[in-house]
Design a protein around this ligand. Structure first.
Ligand code: ANZ
Length: 832
């Protein structure tokens, strides 16, 4: 008989589980059990699984297994986010087909998962690069197009000059470089497809309230800031010589009387139009300035450190509240795609405007009397160089004079509305979602163009528009999609009209793929629809989502958006896709992020081989709260293995000499039973608040008390030992499925322990039947002694009299009276 050996145990149970398929939940399952949908953010097949995957999938699996143990049907699917640039770039570098590269990596990750053994339902596997999947991306696109939620527009985009592709704002790092290639991002004008996510800005913002306390606070605030709702007013300015009025967005309509010039974004259409009507030298100056602006990142443009620059556009606007002529400038601190791309500048009360006014010698007029805490007026901004941007009372502002900020804003809006020159409005930082990518390895956009440029959607019955073979295509980035060169693919003859049509050559942003994959899992193999609404009613939304905080903004925002679109289309009856979310920390080494380039990579595959799946999982879960980073240099996988061996030994001892399977636990050792039932009582609360490390510590304690009971207590034959061993096996299966299964078998049960419900905690066993009794001598507490809760008055008195501390306090005085209030207190009175 040999001892605990992870390899033997893995080899024993893996084939059994693969035969049993215990985690498959059939589509159409009818069951009275409550349900949970537990989902891990699906992996990107960039190579083999790494330690980050090991950690994230460990936590997701703990929760999936926990809910099964609580008697739930659990849907815990897995798939691959298998389209995207890295596959394509790697393929270009190695001269192989991105498809081959991708599916080889998927196969490798599947093989690693097989041994690591997360409790996935393998019957619902999906890969977003399969036509059976991306067909439905195209279907969603067509639905969005029908609803006016997908549209095309020409705009300045962030362009990665190395990867030769468009980047979302979020992919441009704070230093202006591309998150993908590290190159400085430039601006380029392109006509592309957008999803109208801005139509959903209010709902996306307001519905975050329902996730309060369920999503990490940090993620909620990142989502809120990203949407960036700003309430204010839209004010229309007339520009001399132009028939159309120009609207500006301001949060401070109360400062309108202090607007002494107007600034437009150099890269806006308005700036180009105004410059076109200016003198030749102004036109040239403007052109040069525009080019300089386009080299700046949005962050540089908004920096308050940079000296202000600009060009006077040779035009004047008219301030609608006082008829004053004010000059119109172009400056890069005004952004083209925020508000209306033009502002009314109020230098006295806005620092950017003041910096600009002082640089170009423009007038500064105070219209708000702002004071310090002592009630003293602040220094004149024109002199101090510091704008007074705080709240105060309006001055020099006609009908607003004497009003406090909020009242003044409200009154200013009323006045604007009365005169028809402005109105209350709300602006958002959120931009529409640019989904066109000029790359090969993605979902083709299902749109056809006629020779006259008009477009028509591909018929739903003609989906999927399949990606052509990569063979013969030059995938190297060159600013237009490689698909355009696939002439045979790109050219379509309309069967009805005989007209020659051309396919849109772009592919979709891969965030489209991941924005709805949690729906596809519900009907992963259904060729007739993206998902079955009846299945969604059963399982969705996702109860528990687990993944990295790096997806705090985009993926979650897009998923929330698509969910709301599905709701509006009538396919589902809920509006938020993910109810509870756990963001795991990172796995570090010596305090640093692991990476190949730094040479500090701990390879998941080699760790798995050396220590086995169970020890790795226990180590990851025991290292600390799951939200915290784990430093692999600080953990002890050996320690985890030792704990597993100790736990396993307990079951092994019961197998050899314990109470028989099915034996009644009544009458078993009380102290051990109490420990077991305390663990069963506390476990759920710990698991549901993600305190996996604490739960493992409790399991360790339980193994220790059980070992003591066997070796120097009630002995292995006591039924309480079997009860404890079974509880350990069931709870341990959340963390260490192999060891737990082996224990369960040694305890005489059939596989699999993963589907066994936790034993019910018996509250009556928790009643503590020992208490601390106080012993007083002449009114002073002299001792506290442990006695049975049901001790009699006589026994209590005897115990008190026997106390050494009490005897010392009594000395040689005579005891005159003893009052015993068992089991709480015994008071002894003496005669001095
Ligand atoms: C006049 C004014 C007076 C302003 C004042 C502020 C203080 P948030 O809060 O971020 O929404 N603004 C408007 N559109 C802009 C653009 N495209 N690029 C750069 N700045 C723009 O900021 C709104 C304020 O930012 C607006 O209110 C406008 O300046 C400026 F004492 O209007 B304000």
């Amino acid at each position: 008989e040999q001892g605990y050996d992870f390899q033997t145990i893995q080899d024993r149970w893996l084939p059994v589980w693969e035969e049993l398929k215990p985690f498959e939940v059939p589509v159409g399952l009818e069951s009275d059990k409550p349900r949970k949908y537990v989902l891990d953010m699906f992996p990107y097949p960039s190579g083999d699984l790494h330690m980050g995957h090991a950690e994230a999938f460990c936590f997701g699996d703990i929760l999936a297994r926990y809910w099964r143990g609580q008697g739930h049907d659990v849907l815990h699917p897995i798939g691959w986010d298998s389209f995207g640039l890295p596959a394509e770039n790697a393929a270009i570098q190695r001269g192989i087909d991105p498809r081959e590269w991708t599916y080889a990596n998927i196969a490798q990750q599947k093989a690693s998962f097989r041994v690591y053994a997360p409790s996935f339902d393998w019957s619902r596997v999906l890969h977003t690069s399969d036509p059976e999947y991306y067909k439905w991306n195209q279907w969603i696109f067509l639905k969005m197009y029908e609803k006016g939620l997908a549209y095309r527009k020409a705009s300045w985009v962030n362009w990665d000059p190395v990867d030769q592709t468009v980047l979302a704002n979020e992919q441009v790092l704070a230093d202006g470089t591309s998150e993908r290639s590290g190159a400085m991002v430039v601006k380029k004008k392109l006509t592309q497809w957008y999803f109208r996510i801005t139509d959903y800005a209010d709902r996306l913002l307001d519905d975050l309230d329902s996730l309060e306390g369920r999503w990490p606070a940090k993620v909620l605030s990142m989502q809120r800031n990203w949407i960036g709702r700003s309430r204010g007013a839209e004010v229309e300015f007339e520009i001399e010589g132009r028939s159309e009025k120009v609207p500006v967005f301001t949060t401070r309509p109360d400062t309108l009387h202090g607007a002494t010039f107007m600034v437009v974004a150099p890269d806006s259409d308005l700036a180009a139009e105004l410059a076109a009507g200016a003198s030749a030298p102004v036109r040239m100056q403007f052109q040069a300035y525009l080019e300089a602006t386009q080299k700046q990142t949005e962050i540089e443009r908004q920096s308050t450190e940079r000296e202000k620059t600009g060009v006077f556009l040779d035009h004047f606007a008219v301030n609608p509240v006082n008829g004053e002529r004010i000059p119109v400038w172009a400056s890069d601190y005004v952004l083209a795609d925020y508000g209306h791309g033009a502002i009314m500048a109020v230098p006295a009360h806005d620092q950017r405007d003041l910096d600009f006014a002082l640089k170009f010698d423009l007038p500064v007029r105070v219209v708000v009397d702002v004071r310090d805490e002592d009630g003293e007026p602040l220094a004149d901004p024109a002199v101090s160089g510091v704008a007074t941007s705080g709240a105060g009372v309006s001055v020099n502002s006609a009908e607003l004079d004497g009003l406090e900020k909020e009242a003044a804003i409200a009154r200013a809006i009323e006045v604007l509305e009365e005169r028809g020159t402005g109105r209350a409005t709300t602006t958002y930082r959120l931009r529409d979602w640019l989904i066109s990518r000029q790359r090969y390895w993605g979902t083709p956009i299902p749109i056809l163009y006629a020779e006259d440029g008009s477009m028509q959607p591909v018929a739903e019955t003609a989906l999927p528009v399949q990606l052509p073979d990569a063979a013969g295509l030059d995938l190297k980035p060159k600013g237009s999609s490689p698909l355009g060169a696939a002439t045979e693919w790109a050219t379509v003859v309309d069967p009805e009209t005989g007209e020659t049509l051309t396919r849109d050559p772009d592919t979709m942003d891969t965030f489209v793929d991941s924005s709805w994959y949690y729906f596809r899992f519900l009907s992963a193999n259904d060729p007739t629809q993206p998902f079955d609404p009846a299945e969604a009613k059963k399982w969705a939304p996702v109860d528990q989502y687990v993944g990295g905080v790096e997806h705090a903004i985009l993926h979650l925002l897009y998923s929330r958006f698509i969910t709301k679109v599905m709701f509006d289309l009538g396919y589902i009856d809920f509006e938020e896709p993910f109810l509870d979310m756990l963001n795991q920390g990172m796995v570090l080494l010596d305090g640093a992020k692991m990476s190949k380039s730094k040479g500090n990579l701990v390879e998941f595959a080699s760790e798995l081989k050396e220590h086995g799946a169970d020890a790795l999982r226990v180590t990851l879960a025991f290292a600390g709260p799951p939200e915290d980073d784990i430093d692999w240099a600080d953990v002890s996988v050996q320690g985890s293995a030792k704990f597993l061996a100790r736990a396993w030994r307990v079951a092994h001892d019961v197998e050899l000499g314990g109470a028989p399977v099915g034996a009644s636990f009544d009458g078993g050792d009380k102290a051990l039973r109490r420990a077991t039932h305390q663990l069963l009582t506390d476990g759920p609360q710990l698991a549901e608040s993600y305190k996996f490390n604490v739960l493992i510590a409790r399991l360790m304690e339980q193994v220790n008390v059980t070992r003591k009971a066997i070796d120097s207590g009630c002995g292995v034959a006591d039924p309480a030992v079997r009860e404890s061993a079974e509880a350990i096996s069931v709870i341990l299966s959340m963390f260490a499925p192999y060891a737990a299964e082996d224990m369960w078998a040694m305890l005489g049960h059939e596989p699999t322990v993963a589907l066994v419900e936790w034993p019910k905690a018996d509250a009556s066993l928790l009643v503590v039947d020992e208490v601390l009794m106080i012993v007083q001598v002449d009114g002073k507490v002299r001792d506290k002694i442990t006695v049975s809760a049901s001790i009699s008055a006589e026994d209590a008195e005897a115990a008190a009299r026997a106390s050494e501390n009490a005897q010392r306090a009594i000395g040689d005085r005579e005891i005159v009276k003893v009052i015993a209030r068992a089991p709480k207190i015994v008071s002894i009175a003496t005669k001095p």
